[in-house]
Design a protein around this ligand. Structure first.
Ligand code: SDX
Length: 388
């Protein structure tokens, strides 16, 4: 028996992965982290508190949260050589390519990280990754503008610090708008984990070889980079910009229905209903636009959604907006270039990748990833005595 009953051509592994971290009901559009509904976490929690929840299974006590935030703050700075590594990239290097490379390089700065079976060493790498990825992400953005890199200022909160590293132009103070900082924190909560998606499956598969977490992270981020996955937020904006005007939407929809193009930001491997994250992001966008001004591309996105949700082609295929459909409009309105959007997905997913990696390592039945194969090639045959 080749386990055909559980074989699905769309999946890397033919066996399901056991996990207690995130629950999704794709038909009902339900998403819960450790049992807490995403809607409640987005309203009441912070990204760092949610990261603790994903990693530890429970919400932290007040003291645990204070200690956790301090642990993260002590690791936000990166070795100066990372700047020199980044300076080697072309001026127009894609930020996601730079982030993947620089996180992989972190493995050479922390050789102790190979001892991942030591819980204290493992936890220190978790602190380092959650703390340093925003710093490296901001470096990527500054590099793309040819601007000096900003160092973290730990008196600021997690998303405030990141916004300041992105946009502070001189050594003078930079006070990020609190509405934008909170909106970014909500976006980070929404993107933190999502069960066994492509990049998380990569994190688990690569991590199952006992490699260090920086190398596994680089592989997961590489999977996320794809336009069918975390690169979709970038692809959505390029799609909206190519449509250009609301009057071009019906023509674009026809091209989708003729299978000439995909409606980026729509559809999902699991959700066959509205992605609950898209609902919250759409509401958060309105708050952001109060501060930044309405993103002119929003009208095109709303028209695409209105037509698609009432068109048999999309309804029959259960295609709804996913997490990537509206997020890019917010990032663009915050002042980020489209190429930074996949990086904005990778930053918060750091917590989910690490929680899933940790769960995999702590699972006593976990073995190195080795997906089953159904052999479809030649039956045994002999080497020919001569060749035609
Ligand atoms: C993320 O897995 C996760 O959890 C991922 C993620 C996370 O948090 O980690 O949620 C993040 O990756 C969200 C998805 C972002 N990607 C995009 O927005 C890219 C556009 N979407 C599609 O590429 C697609 O919907 C996928 C890749 C997301 C899902 O692909 P599936 O599972 O193959 O889609 P499906 O089997 O449900 O498709 C059913 C039908 C097919 O048509 P038929 O062959 O049956 O006629 O719908 C069509 C598909 O061709 N279809 C689309 C479409 N998505 C599916 N047609 C037009 N536009 C689309 N976007």
């Amino acid at each position: 028996d080749l386990g055909l009953a559980s074989y699905d051509p769309g999946f890397l592994n033919t066996a399901a992965t056991r996990s207690a971290i995130t629950y999704i009901d794709g038909d009902k559009g339900i998403l819960e982290y450790r049992g807490y509904p995403i809607e409640q976490l987005a309203e009441k929690s912070t990204y760092l508190e949610t990261a603790w929840l994903l990693l530890n299974g429970e919400l932290p006590t007040e003291q645990q949260l204070v200690d956790w935030e301090n642990d993260i703050e002590t690791h936000t700075i990166v070795h100066e050589n990372l700047k020199r590594l980044m300076e080697g990239f072309r001026y127009d290097a894609h930020p996601m390519g730079m982030l993947i490379s620089s996180v992989a390089a972190l493995s050479t700065f922390y050789p102790e990280a190979k001892q991942i079976r030591d819980p204290a060493i493992r936890l220190r790498q978790i602190h380092r990754l959650i703390a340093k990825v925003p710093t490296l992400a901001a470096f990527c953005y500054r590099h793309s503008l040819g601007l000096p890199y900003n160092y973290p200022r730990n008196e600021l909160g997690y998303t405030e610090n990141f916004l300041a590293m992105l946009f502070r132009m001189t050594e003078s103070r930079f006070d990020p708008d609190p509405v934008l900082a909170r909106a970014l924190d909500i976006l980070f909560i929404l993107h933190a984990d999502h069960e066994q998606n492509c990049s998380t499956a990569a994190m688990r598969a690569i991590g199952s070889s006992d490699v260090d977490p920086y190398s596994a992270y680089a592989g997961a981020a590489a999977a996320l980079y794809g336009p069918l996955h975390g690169g979709a937020n970038e692809a959505v904006l390029r799609m909206l910009e190519s449509i250009g005007d609301v009057k071009n939407v019906p023509g674009f929809i026809e091209r989708v229905k003729n299978r000439e193009v995909l409606l980026m930001g729509f559809g999902h491997r699991v959700y066959k209903n509205y992605d609950p994250r898209a609902t919250i992001i759409k509401r958060t966008a309105d708050q952001v636009f109060e501060v930044t001004g309405r993103n002119p591309l929003l009208e095109i996105a709303l028209e695409l959604e209105k037509i698609a949700l009432n068109d048999e082609y999309f309804v029959k295929r259960k295609l709804y907006p996913n997490v990537d459909f509206y997020s890019g409009l917010i990032y663009q309105s915050m002042g980020l270039p489209v190429s930074m959007f996949p990086v904005m997905f990778a930053i918060p997913r750091t917590a989910g990748w690490l929680a899933q990696w940790q769960e995999m390592l702590e699972d006593p039945e976990q073995k190195i990833a080795r997906p089953k194969q159904i052999f479809t090639g030649h039956a045994r045959r002999d080497y020919p005595a001569e060749r035609k």
